[in-house]
Design a binder for this molecule. Structure first.
Ligand code: MOS
Length: 699
C-alpha cells in the first residue's frame, strides 16, 4: 500500500499550461528551433526492396547551387556502433527494405536539398524480395520474447482437450481467425530534428521531437560513441507521437551525421509525410487465430490465441498481441503464442497500445460471437467470466472494476433497450460492446529535482509532454505532495539538462515521474519543513517510491457503440461512442478526457478507416499520404463520451492513478465490429470494416 496524496490540486480540470503558447503558435517545435544560419537536409531513399547499392552518382546533386554536402554509404562517417541495424545509417551498401535511407543532401534551403536528393542517380544490384505476410509463411519463427519483455508463448491446462469435448450440456466451441491491418502513426508534427555539432567542444545539441530526451540521448551516444556529457537533447513540445517517437528512428541518426559533416552549422531534417510511411515505425498487421470453449452458462473452458505477425529482416519488433487474452477472463485452459515472419519491410515499432490494441480485437469480437452462439447478452457473458485473481500470475488485482464499467456503461447507453437490426428508414441500427484493458506500468528510473527559489517551488525532470498534459499535471502532483497551491509550482521538463526521466511510453509517464516528484516533495518537507529558505533543494528517485509487487495492476474499461448501416449502400455511421473506464484517480479531468477520447477516436479510426495498403510486389505502402490513408475526423462520429468511475487504488502509486494514454484505443474496434454485426447480421473479422465487406451480407 502506498501513502496516497490528499487531493487538492489533483482532480481539478486546470487548463493546459502550454495551451496558450500552442494556440498562439509560439511554442517552438524541433524543426522550428530558431538557430543561426541553418542548413537543410533531405534524405535519399532506396527504390528497391532488397539488394545492394552498386553506385551513387552525386555529380548532378553537388553541381546544384546551394548544395553543401552529399553523404552516401561510400563516404559517410563510420559509426561507433552498428548493433542496432535500424540506426546504422549509411554504413553498408545493403538495402533491406524499400525507402531505407541510403544518403542525405545538405543544402542552403530545403527546396534545393530536395531537388538535389532527387537528382542523385543510384544503381542497384536488385535481389528478389519477400514482403508478404501469410499465416503459413514458411519462415515463421518464435521470437525469444515479445514487446515489453513478455513471454512469447504461455500455456495452462489443455486447450485441445477442452475444444474436443463434445458440446455436452449445450456448451459451445468457437474457432475463428481475425486480422488487423498495417497502421502508421501520423502525428501532426512529423519526425524532425535540428542538430548542431560543435567540433571544438566536441558537443552535440539536438532539438528533437521525442517522447523521451534521455532515452533519445542514450541511443545517439551509443551509435556515435559519445559520452552523455557530450550531448544535450531539448524537446519542450511534441506534436504527437503515439509511440512513434518513443524510440528514435533512423532519421535522427541521419540528422546527427549531417550535423557532424558540417561542424558549427545547425542542420534541420524533417521527414515528409510520405517518408514517415517508411521510416517512423508502424504497427504490424496481425493474424489472430482464436479458440474459445464455454459451458452452456457461458463460463469459458478454454481460451487460446495464436498470433502471426511480421517484423523486418534487420531488426526484430514482436508486437505482444496475445498478451491481453492471457489475463482478461477466467478459464482453466489457456494458450497464447506469437510467431513472426522477418520480411524485407520497414522496421515495425510502437503504436499506441502495442499489443493491447490489436490484442483486444480478436478476443473481444470472439466473445461477441460466443455470446451470440449461447444466446447470452454479451455484457452478461463478460461478467460471468470475471476472474477472481489474475489468471496469469495468480495475484489479486490492485483493483478491477470491469464489471462496474460494463454495468455503468450499459445503464448510460440504454443497452437494455438495444435495437438488433432495427430498421429506421434506410438505416439498420445496432449496438455493440467490448472491454478495454491496459496494464499499469512504472519505469525503473526517473529522478526529480525540487528547489525553492524566489518564493516559488521549481521541479525539474526530463519528462516529455507529447500533448498528454505533463506540463499541467506534474505541477498538480507536486503541489499536493508539498501541500502548497498549484500556482506556486513551476515545472521544467523536456531537456537532458534536467534529471533523468523515462520515456513517455506504456502509459507510464505520470506513474513514474509523478512518483519521483512525490519522493522529492516529501523529502523536501522532511528536510526543510514548512518554511524553506531560498535555494533549498533536494532530489527524489522513483526507486524510493513504495512499490507493490503483490497485486496485478491494470486499468479496465467498457466501450459501447451505436452503428447505423445504410441498407442499400452499406455505408457505416457511428452516432454514439461511449467509454466507461476504471483508471484509478484522475489527476486532471480536462487532459484525461482528452487522452481517453483521443484513444477512442484512434480506435474508431482503426475500425472504419485506417489501413496501410501494402503492395508486396514492390514492398511499399501504396497509400502513403494523408490523402489516401484515411483517418477519422469529427464528422465520423456523433457523440463521443468518456467517463470514469470514482476508483480508489492504494497499490499503484501515491497519486492512485493508473495511466490513461493507451487504454482508450483498446477494444474500440471490436465494439464497432460488434455493433455493425448487431445492426446487419454481418460479421466482419478483418479490419477495417468497409462497406464492401458489409454490403454482400445485407438483408
Ligand atoms: Mo505508447 S505506443 O507506449 O507511446
Amino acid at each position: 500500500m502506498t501513502d496516497l496524496l490528499e487531493p487538492r490540486a489533483i482532480g481539478q480540470g486546470l487548463v493546459r499550461r502550454d495551451g496558450e503558447l500552442k494556440v498562439r503558435g509560439t511554442a517552438t517545435y524541433a524543426v522550428e528551433t530558431p538557430v543561426e544560419n541553418p542548413a537543410y537536409c533531405h534524405p535519399v531513399q532506396a527504390t528497391v526492396a532488397r539488394g545492394r547499392v552498386t553506385a551513387m552518382d552525386t555529380a548532378a546533386a553537388t553541381a546544384l547551387d546551394g548544395v553543401l554536402a552529399v553523404l552516401t554509404p561510400f563516404d559517410a562517417e563510420r559509426l561507433a556502433s552498428t548493433e542496432d541495424a535500424e540506426y546504422a545509417v549509411l554504413q553498408s551498401d545493403e538495402v533491406a527494405f524499400r525507402g531505407q535511407l541510403i544518403g542525405v543532401v545538405i543544402a542552403e534551403t530545403s527546396e534545393v536539398a530536395r531537388q538535389a536528393a532527387d537528382s542523385v542517380r543510384v544503381t542497384y544490384d536488385e535481389q528478389e524480395h519477400d514482403a508478404e505476410l501469410a499465416v503459413d509463411h514458411p519462415g515463421l519463427y518464435k521470437p525469444e520474447k515479445v514487446n515489453a519483455g513478455h513471454e512469447t508463448d504461455t500455456a495452462e491446462g489443455d486447450v485441445a482437450a477442452a475444444m474436443a469435448t463434445p458440446q455436452r450440456d449445450g456448451g459451445v466451441t468457437l474457432e475463428r481467425t481475425y486480422s488487423t491491418a498495417m497502421y502508421h502513426n501520423n502525428p501532426l508534427e512529423p519526425h524532425a530534428t535540428t542538430a548542431l555539432w560543435d567540433a571544438d567542444a566536441q558537443f552535440l545539441t539536438l532539438w528533437d521531437s521525442t517522447q523521451g530526451v534521455h532515452p533519445d540521448r542514450a541511443a545517439v551516444c551509443e551509435v556515435f560513441g559519445l559520452e552523455q556529457e557530450q550531448v544535450r537533447v531539448v524537446c519542450p513540445y511534441v506534436g504527437g507521437g503515439f509511440g512513434s517517437k518513443g524510440t528514435p528512428h533512423a532519421n535522427v541518426m541521419l540528422a546527427v551525421m549531417a550535423a557532424r559533416a558540417l561542424p558549427g552549422r545547425p542542420v534541420k531534417l524533417a521527414l515528409t509525410r510520405q517518408q514517415m510511411f517508411f521510416l517512423a515505425g508502424y504497427r504490424t498487421p496481425t493474424i489472430q487465430q482464436m479458440q474459445l470453449a464455454a459451458d452452456r452458462r457461458g463460463r469459458l473452458q478454454a481460451i487460446a490465441i495464436d498470433v502471426v505477425e511480421q517484423t523486418s529482416r534487420i531488426k526484430e519488433f514482436a508486437e505482444q498481441t496475445g498478451v491481453p487474452a492471457r489475463m482478461m477472463y477466467a478459464s482453466p485452459n489457456r494458450r497464447s503464442t506469437h510467431r513472426l515472419a522477418a520480411l524485407d519491410v520497414p522496421v515495425p515499432s510502437w503504436m499506441r497500445a502495442p499489443g493491447e490494441c490489436p490484442g483486444m480485437f480478436g478476443p473481444e469480437v470472439a466473445m461477441d460471437e460466443l455470446a451470440e452462439e449461447l444466446g447470452l447478452d454479451p455484457v452478461e457473458l463478460r461478467v460471468r467470466n470475471e476472474p477472481e485473481v489474475d489468471p496469469e500470475t495468480g495475484k489479486p488485482w490492485s483493483s478491477r472494476n470491469l464489471v462496474r464499467c460494463l454495468r455503468e456503461g450499459a445503464e448510460r447507453f440504454g443497452w437494455a433497450e438495444r435495437p438488433r437490426g432495427r430498421r429506421e428508414g434506410d438505416w439498420l441500427v445496432g449496438y455493440g460492446v467490448a472491454s478495454s484493458v491496459y496494464p499499469t506500468m512504472r519505469q525503473a528510473t526517473s529522478t526529480a529535482n525540487l528547489r525553492y527559489a524566489d518564493g516559488r517551488y521549481v521541479a525539474e525532470i526530463g519528462a516529455a509532454d507529447l500533448g498528454t498534459g505533463a506540463w499541467t499535471i506534474l505541477p498538480q502532483i507536486t503541489a499536493d505532495a508539498l501541500g502548497v497551491d498549484v500556482g506556486d509550482v513551476d515545472v521544467r521538463i523536456g531537456d537532458t539538462q534536467y534529471p533523468t526521466a523515462s520515456v513517455a511510453g506504456g502509459s507510464s509517464g505520470t506513474n513514474t515521474w509523478g512518483s519521483a516528484l512525490v519522493v522529492a516533495a516529501r523529502a523536501f518537507r522532511d528536510k526543510f519543513g514548512g518554511s524553506p529558505d531560498d535555494g533549498d533543494e533536494i532530489s527524489g528517485d522513483v526507486d524510493q517510491a513504495a512499490k507493490d509487487d503483490a497485486h496485478a495492476p491494470y486499468a479496465f474499461g467498457a466501450q459501447f457503440v451505436e452503428a447505423r448501416v445504410n441498407a442499400d449502400t452499406g455505408e457505416i455511421r457511428v452516432p454514439r461512442l461511449l467509454g466507461v473506464f476504471g483508471v484509478g484517480r484522475v489527476i486532471n479531468p480536462r487532459t484525461a478526457r482528452s487522452q481517453l477520447i483521443g484513444g477512442m477516436t484512434m480506435g474508431l479510426s482503426m475500425a472504419l478507416h485506417e489501413n496501410s495498403v501494402w503492395d508486396p510486389r514492390i514492398g511499399q505502402v501504396a497509400n502513403h499520404d494523408l490523402a489516401e490513408y484515411h483517418i477519422t475526423v469529427n464528422a465520423d462520429v456523433g457523440e463521443i463520451e468518456a467517463v470514469w468511475l470514482d476508483e480508489h487504488d492504494p497499490y499503484v502509486n501515491a497519486m492512485g492513478s493508473k495511466g490513461i494514454g493507451e487504454i482508450g484505443i483498446t477494444g474500440t474496434a471490436a465494439a464497432v465490429v460488434n455493433a455493425v454485426h448487431a445492426a446487419t447480421g454481418v460479421r466482419v473479422r478483418d479490419l477495417p470494416v468497409t462497406l464492401d465487406k458489409v454490403l454482400p451480407g445485407l438483408p
